[in-house]
Design a protein around this ligand. Sequence first.
Ligand code: NG6
Ligand code: CA
Length: 498
Amino acid sequence: MPVRFHLSLLYLVLGSLFAEAQTVPSEKPNIIVIYLDDLGYGDVGAYGATEIKTPNFDALAQGGIRFTNGYASSATCTPSRYALLTGEYPWRNQNARILKGSAPLIIDTTQATLPKMLKTKGYHTGIVGKWHLGLGQGPVDWNQKVGPGPNEVGFDYAYIMAATQDRVPTVYLENGYVQGLDPGDPLYVDNFKNFEGQPTGKDNPELLTMKWHHGHNQSIINGIGRIGYSKGGKSAHWKDVDMADHFLEKAQTYVRTHKDRPFFLYYALQQPHVPRTPHPRFVGSSGMGPRGDVIVEADWCVGQFMDTLKEVGLLENTLIIFSSDNGPVLNDGYYDQAVEMLGAHAPAGPLRGGKYSLFEAGARVPFITYWKGKIQPGVSEELVCQLDLLNSLAHLVGGETSDTDSANMSHAFLNANGQGRASLVVEAQKRTALRQGDWVMIPPYDGWALNKNVNIETGVSTEFQLYNLKTDLGQQTNLAKEHPEKLQELISEFVKIR
Ligand code: NG6
Ligand code: CA
């Protein structure tokens, strides 16, 4: 008994020393999240892609920590972005689902967010790129200041597209104001009903330069059928082929303008989400059609952006987190040859499923942390999630943390040997599954096993599924019957979290 007592005392002391060593000293580096849209686990050279060249993504991976078990919180955009910014599991908020082009803001303006936390520590905070978390509180008048939006949930500066490239409104907003709007030609948007006399992709296919496959047949902007209806605001319409350059320029300007103080920039690129509209100088660059071309374009953007950081002397003082909001999809609604020209490229790498899927390729994404001179390059197999950025970055900068779903993984994010999560609930289209250790459990659900439109397996089955990812990364063998005790263990943990 006394021996035991002493031993446990020893453990206590050791434990606290260990915890001490793991605590990250409070620092205030600039923090940049570079966030791709629908970039798959296998779309990056550093993650095994051989058919497409991504030298600039790879440079981050080689100079930083490349996570092989890094997750978005969901297999679709809005929920992943919600979790990234709020640190809350997206399935706790029923509005965190793929939003319409004109949808109200789903983050409560009183809610904790990553940019708000950083602001309390003196950071200037900015977002450039895709938002897709809703704007306003009801019907939006796009001809006035639009809000609440990013500015009301913590961003000092916001230059965004409201939703997605395939949804109206097809305009940029700076701090709530539609850019380039002519008051003589006001902009109107309706998610459900067309404006009289306005052509649509469905009724006027002769006006289209990109053919729709499913959905995407409502208002036509720049020859592309979109989701939703809009009218007017012509002078404000973006040029799709210039979008990448446009956001890049805004991100570079943000860095140059705020280089003298700690800043947080959320640079949310639109690629390779549909419609894939590479700038002409990238057309044909991948040999894979527009999907490949916009990945090459995005890689180039990241290279240019990194050059800017170098040029202003910020590389050694900036933590960069590179990731994607969900897994890959080929045909997401337009005929753009993504399937036909794929060749030997595997956008999901060795993983099963893709965007919208509960299988691994849905939410397991490229995930890299990079901080020149601070992070030792390496590969980490630890389980990490974008959900944890809020708490982890709070620990890094000495910001306030609270007990949310977001866990402090700063040691894992900054050190390839640091420990990650024990378990994680991932979401896909309002269904959830549990990852724990090497195992993943998908509870039974009703629904289609295949999303036929996009040709992606959903991971849905009426049976319990249990996979050992260590021996079966491709999720081919359901071990639920063979390992009932393991299954039970994961079910219990799942029930506890949910
Ligand atoms: C789907 C769209 C798809 C894409 C997705 C959102 C149809 C038929 N499909 O509803 O093209 O826009 O929403 O993607 O409309 S995400 O990456 O923003 O989640
Ligand atoms: Ca996405």
